[in-house]
Design a binder for this molecule. Sequence first.
Ligand SMILES: Nc1ncnc2c1ncn2[C@@H]1O[C@H](COP(=O)(O)OP(=O)(O)O)[C@@H](O)[C@H]1O
Ligand SMILES: [Mg+2]
Length: 246
Amino acid sequence: MEPIIETCDLTRRFGKLTAVDHLNLTISRGEIFGLVGPDGSGKTTTLRMLCGLVDPDEGTARVAGHDVAREPQQVKDKIGYMAQRFGLYLDLSVEENMNFYADLFGIIGSARMELKTRLMRMTRMEPYRNRQAGQLSGGMKQKLALMCTLLHRPQILFLDEPTNGVDPVSRRDFWAILYELLKEGITILMATAYLDEAERCNRVGLMHRGRLIRCNAPEVLKHEAGADNLEGVFVETVRAAEKLES
Ligand SMILES: Nc1ncnc2c1ncn2[C@@H]1O[C@H](COP(=O)(O)OP(=O)(O)O)[C@@H](O)[C@H]1O
Ligand SMILES: [Mg+2]
C-alpha cells in the first residue's frame, strides 16, 4: 500500500511541555485512521503539524507526496482540515456558507454548482439550504462544516473530533458520509474521543502524553490486550505506560 501520510520522529514542544513526542506514523491511501487519546494527549497538535499550520521542532512529515515543512502550499492544496471549532458563519445560510468557502477555494461556475449539489445530496442537507447556520442542530452544523471542507476537493481529510457533542443518530449519518468518501478514494485521519467510533476505523493510534503508545487495527489491538473492546485496550495500555513512567 502506498503511504500518503508519513511522519518521522515528529515532535512539537510548547515551552517545557512536549505536546507531540517523536511520532512515527504511516497511513496508506484510502485508509480511515483514528487518533484516540485523552484531552491534551497531542491529537490536535499532530493534525495541525500535518496540515502545515504548526511547525514541528523536530522530525519530518510527508503528506500527499510533499514534505510539509518545505512545501506547505502543495500540501495545503491537497488536503481538507475540519478543525475542532470549524469557522461557520452563523448568521449566513447553509448555502451562503458553502459559497463563502467555494470563493475561498476558487471553485466557480458549473463546477461549484455540481459540487454543491452533490455534497448536499450526499449529506441530505438540501432541505436546509436556506436555513441560517445558527439555527441548525449540532449534527447538521457538523455536516455543513464537512461540506465546506469538501468544497476544497481534498485527497486527504483531517477531522478533529468531528462528532463531538453530536447526537447518536446524527453521528451515524456522519459516519455513513465518511464511508461514502472512502469509497471515492479519500483518505481520512480523524481525532476522536469516542472509542466506539475508533472501532470503525481501519487502524487506530492511541496517544498518551504526546506519544503513540499503540497503533494497529482495532481487532489486533483487542486480541493483543485480551480485551473485548477498545476501552479495555485503552485502559490497559495507559495503565502500563503510567507504571513505566513512575
Ligand atoms: N498553542 C499552544 N500553546 C501552548 N500549549 C499548547 C498549545 N497547543 C497545545 N498545547 C498543549 O499541548 C498539549 C496537547 O494539546 P492538544 O494537541 O490540543 O491535545 P488534544 O487535541 O489531544 O486534546 C496540551 O497540554 C495543550 O495544553
Ligand atoms: Mg484536540
